[in-house]
Design a protein around this ligand. Structure first.
Ligand code: NAD
Ligand code: GLY
Length: 372
């Protein structure tokens, strides 16, 4: 099974990617010498699909567990849900020896990881990601967070999991919309580090209309592992985003987060706003970083082939999106650090992008893409 190591000194861990890996959870927890009781945190969609298997796997390894389920969706990723789950965990007798299993997409992973970082001042946790987004991106790297009214992910902690178990078979139950949005982060990885992957993703596009089939799933572990490696190497170089390298992963996210926070949470999926943000970043990259047009077009072609949005839905108010962008964490001392591409595989951090540029890019997103 592809195993990727994330090397961060005493915070190092492994990411296991394999069809069927879900059932190895209990065995792997034992190997990590986790001794206490497990709190399985999941959402209302994932619970009926996979919770029983996870609990059985824990039981097989003689772990007691409790189950904590919240309503699926970004609108639940907040401090209210955190407090509810923490209270449940206390009532179920979890203490410092307990560990958390985050079973679900990025919303579960971000919030359960955050709970792990604060429960009794920090207990271990295992990520069991069940969306493309979570398998290739959010479960790896230790960024945990919840949203507040003021903006996305504004309360959180860097807190690495002890293990990530990514089972691509779980992607079989995803809706095509959720499948597609996760692929946006793969497009981002390809544009940052491995442009050849753009063609692989274009080929994949024809296979997702009705959800992934088994034949696609068989080929997925390699592609998922390739993406995790890209992310892992960046995280190793700059765990807490202080060296300017991890910030490259924010390509497409600055305006993306502003757009996401400008409508009710959950209305636009994270990968959908990343797709919009990528189009804006390509537009600014051509203008300010000399990105060749044909290279920008190749990324746009991939996003379009995956049927990811490239034009703002009419209900997005660009002024509100701009205002929300101003609260994003990519601002440092009031100046924005915007990720641009000089070309495919050549990101830079620019402080040149102004508020006016952002407004112009948002306006550009209201227009259709030209044929290419
Ligand atoms: P999500 O967790 O809301 O999952 C999307 C939908 O799919 C939900 O309705 C969920 O219930 C459902 N679902 C999950 N797994 C399923 C399965 N196997 N079968 C059927 N349905 C399933 O959203 P997401 O796209 O996975 O993640 C988005 C979140 O991740 C955002 O909050 C974003 O901010 C965060 N994120 C964090 C990082 C990070 O580095 N921490 C990186 C990228 C994204
Ligand atoms: N998703 C961006 C990061 O992990 O840094």
């Amino acid at each position: 099974m592809p195993t990727i190591s994330v090397s961060l000194e005493e915070r190092s861990y492994q990411v296991q990617v394999a069809n069927g890996a879900l059932d190895t959870l209990g065995y792997m927890a034992e190997k990590l010498r986790l001794s206490g009781k497990a709190a399985v945190i999941t959402d209302s969609n994932v619970c009926p699909l996979y919770a029983e298997r996870v609990i059985q796997s824990l039981r097989d390894a003689e772990y007691e567990s409790s189950l904590h389920v919240f309503e699926a969706g970004e609108q639940s990723k907040n401090l209210r849900t955190v407090e509810e789950i923490v209270n449940e965990m206390v009532a179920d007798g979890h203490d410092r020896s307990s560990f958390i299993v985050a079973l679900g997409g990025g919303v579960v992973g971000d919030m359960a990881g955050f709970i792990a970082s604060i429960y009794y001042r920090g207990i271990p946790f295992i990520q069991v990601p069940t969306t493309v987004m979570a398998q290739v991106d959010s479960s790896v790297g230790g960024k945990t967070a919840v949203d507040i009214e003021g903006g996305k992910n504004l309360i959180g902690a860097f807190y690495q999991p002890k293990l990530v178990i990514a089972d691509p078979m779980t992607l079989l139950t995803l809706s095509p919309r959720v499948l597609r949005e996760g692929l946006a982060e793969m497009v981002k990885h390809a544009a940052l580090r491995e442009p050849k992957m753009l063609q692989t993703l274009q080929r994949l596009s024809g296979e997702i209309d009705l959800g992934f089939t088994l034949s696609t799933i068989e080929r997925l572990p390699e592609l998922i592992a390739q993406n995790i490696k890209i992310k892992a190497r960046i995280v190793e170089a700059d765990e807490q985003e202080t060296q300017g390298v991890r910030a490259f992963l924010n390509l497409g996210h600055t305006l993306g987060h502003g757009i996401e926070a400008s409508v009710p949470y959950g209305e636009l999926l994270h990968g959908e706003v990343v797709s919009l943000g990528l189009r804006a970043a390509l537009y600014l990259s051509e203008r300010y970083a000399g990105m060749p047009t044909n290279e920008a077009q190749e990324v746009l072609r991939t996003l379009r082939s995956l049927e990811l949005p490239l034009q703002l839905p009419p209900n997005v108010d660009t002024a509100k999106a701009l205002a929300k962008t101003a609260f994003d964490k990519k601002f440092v001392a009031g100046a924005i650090r915007f990720v641009l591409l000089q070309g495919l595989g050549r990101p830079i951090l620019s402080q040149e992008v102004t508020q006016e540029d952002l407004a112009e890019a948002l306006h550009m997103l209201t227009t259709p893409t030209l044929a290419f």
